[in-house]
Design a binder for this molecule. Structure first.
Ligand code: PBG
Length: 330
């Protein structure tokens, strides 16, 4: 046989050589773990559509954070379930709001744990939309005012990073200005810059009790068919001062993760959302897939696509699995 060809298999021959040429790595340091905090007491309630994910009351929260820290995960993001909801989501920016209380409590007990505050109104409004409603739609500029108040009160409570997710135009500029004026010049903004109007958020809306009471979020979240629009969104957020850019969801949007990585020079965060978690869990519970292998494969795919960090409900499991891997892991 005198056909010439390349022998790619040389570099795959043993575990040792595969590990030596591996281009992408995964570690607990890459993960951000989401936590849902409820204003009730003595509650640890599993989310039905997200097995393994719980809503915690404040008195049960520290045990969970201790576990997260023990696994080597250095950052959590908080979502709140308030007792009281109203038209403008006032519990989002109240100094005694559930997120503010949880942040103070965690920072006191775990000063090294990075607390990221999700800055949005949908968990706190009685209509479930991410801003103020006028004539059936969310109005932009008035909603910004409330979002800025929310971000400043979260920083006041000790949040290390502000993560605005409501997709109003100008939210990064407005929040940056608000934080600076309040003296929080060193608090970074992790912007949900590229957030699609996605059916993959379904289970989260159960977990955070935040489904819109009417309509959908298509006038503020992006159309899944659009790619150039992602570059426009990321560009404006960078100009406005974003320190990190989130792409959300992750799995069906890895092309977008790569685009955003290539047009920017800030850390990119891939948000592996609730529906992506629920699908793997359901298949694994049926014995149809190998959960551990699938999860590590999809997380490393997000890094390969260009993500610096991954926000994922699998963070604890993945950190444990990575710790257990001796050879052949990621
Ligand atoms: C709040 C917010 C949502 C998610 C994160 N922040 C819900 C939404 O936009 O409807 C979804 C996260 C997930 O599905 O895991 N705006």
């Amino acid at each position: 046989m005198n056909v010439t060809f390349k022998r790619h298999r040389r570099l795959r021959k043993t575990a040792a050589i595969r590990e030596m040429v591996r281009e992408t790595t995964l570690s607990a340091n890459d993960f951000i773990y989401p936590l849902f905090v409820t204003e009730e007491t003595n509650k640890k309630t599993e989310v039905p559509s997200m097995p393994g994910v719980f809503q915690y009351s404040l008195d049960r929260l520290n045990d969970e954070v201790a576990e997260v820290q023990k696994l080597g995960i250095r950052a959590i993001i908080l979502f709140g379930l308030p007792h009281h909801k109203d038209e403008i989501g006032s519990e989002a920016f109240a100094s005694h709001g559930i997120i503010q209380q949880a942040t103070r409590q965690i920072k006191e007990a775990f000063p090294n744990m990075l607390v990221i505050a999700d800055t949005c109104l949908c968990e706190f409004t009685d209509h479930g939309h991410c801003g103020i409603i006028r004539e059936g739609d969310v109005v932009n500029d008035e909603s910004l005012t409330l979002l800025v108040r929310t971000a400043v009160s979260q920083a006041e409570a000790g949040a290390d990073i502000i993560a605005p997710s409501n997709m109003m135009d100008g939210f990064v500029a407005a929040i940056r200005k608000g934080l600076d004026e309040a003296g929080y010049v060193d608090v970074p903004i992790m912007s949900y810059a590229v957030k699609y109007a996605s059916a993959f958020y379904g289970p989260f809306r159960d977990a955070a009790n935040s489904a819109p009471a009417f309509g959908d979020r298509k006038t503020y979240q992006m159309d899944p068919a659009n790619r150039e629009e992602a570059v426009r969104e990321a560009t404006s957020d960078l100009e406005e001062g974003a320190d990190f850019l989130i792409v959300k969801p992750a799995l069906s949007y890895l092309d977008i993760v790569r685009d955003v990585k290539e047009m920017s020079n800030v850390p990119i965060v891939a948000y592996n959302v609730s529906g992506e978690y629920a699908m793997v869990k359901a298949a694994a519970q049926n014995g149809w897939v190998n959960e551990r292998a699938i999860v590590l494969e999809k997380l490393v795919s997000m890094k390969r696509a260009g993500a610096t960090l991954i926000l994922t409900y699998f963070a604890k499991d993945a950190a444990q699995w990575l710790y257990e891997e001796t050879r052949g892991g990621y």
